[in-house]
Design a binder for this molecule. Structure first.
Ligand SMILES: Cc1cc2nc3c(=O)[nH]c(=O)nc-3n(C[C@H](O)[C@H](O)[C@H](O)COP(=O)(O)OP(=O)(O)OC[C@H]3O[C@@H](n4cnc5c(N)ncnc54)[C@H](O)[C@@H]3O)c2cc1C
Length: 200
């Protein structure tokens, strides 16, 4: 069973929460508003899956042969202006949706809390555009991604590097129909800073 001895050893990626077959993990906020796993030891069957999928305990192996980088920006001025940086996200999302695929990313909820959502329409891309400087709640999203992948849908998952790592650890293998996109990230501010909402 996963044990978080120091907070530095947990990035709140939700991989353990999604993988637990007994649903005995709850993501609880600490006094600063960040999410950490809390295990109901009475329900836990010691399968250790939570520890196996933790990207901090078991870092994801990288394919070191892929070392190409490109500098790109969206040529559409309107899209670029409604994005936080060059608008590359919009281009990728559009391309995936045109292939009947689905896109996951961080969107605002009605109360301005931030959580990951799934979209499959071009007009919904704007819901995910722009940087939200809060930790985004993942909830059961990795399970939904897995379901879409099994149904052979083309999937674009976007999020912080920790969330992408969490998803890959949860999936446990390379998936040909999965594209992931993270961004340069100095860390996420606490969901508590905007009025104390810490919804998963
Ligand atoms: C928490 C955070 C920290 C960042 N730290 C840095 C930094 O240290 N240095 C730097 O140069 N830039 C930083 N950025 C900016 C980031 O690199 C740009 O937002 C990104 O490059 C924008 O790309 P874009 O124009 O293609 O997409 P946009 O349309 O502007 O962004 C949309 C994409 O960002 C994702 N996203 C937005 N908010 C969140 C969130 N809270 N959690 C997960 N995913 C989110 C969406 O899912 C979507 O994929 C940070 C952004 C965030 C959200």
């Amino acid at each position: 069973m996963i044990e978080i001895n120091t907070k530095e050893n947990c990035c709140g990626c939700y991989a353990c929460y999604n993988v637990c077959p007994k649903q005995c993990i709850t993501m609880k906020t600490d006094n600063e508003g960040f999410w950490y796993p809390d295990i109901d030891k009475d329900k836990c069957v010691n399968c250790n899956l939570c520890e196996k999928v933790c990207p901090i305990v078991n870092p994801v192996q990288r394919n070191e042969s892929l070392k190409l980088s490109y500098a790109v920006q969206n040529k559409d001025d309107a899209v670029r202006l409604s994005s936080s940086s060059g608008g590359m996200f919009h281009l990728l999302a559009e391309s995936i949706i045109k292939q009947d695929g689905v896109v996951y990313g961080a969107g605002f909820d009605k109360d301005f809390s931030v959580k990951h959502i799934r979209i499959n329409k071009i007009e919904e891309i704007q819901l995910l555009q722009g940087s939200k400087y809060l930790q985004s709640g993942i909830g059961n999203i990795y399970k939904q991604v897995k379901k879409d992948l099994k149904e052979n849908k083309q999937v674009l998952f976007t999020g912080t590097p920790c969330q992408v790592e969490g998803l890959k650890s949860f999936l446990g293998r390379e998936e040909n129909n999965l594209l992931t996109m993270d961004f340069i990230c100095h860390g996420v501010p606490s969901p508590m800073i905007w009025g104390g909402t810490t919804r998963q």
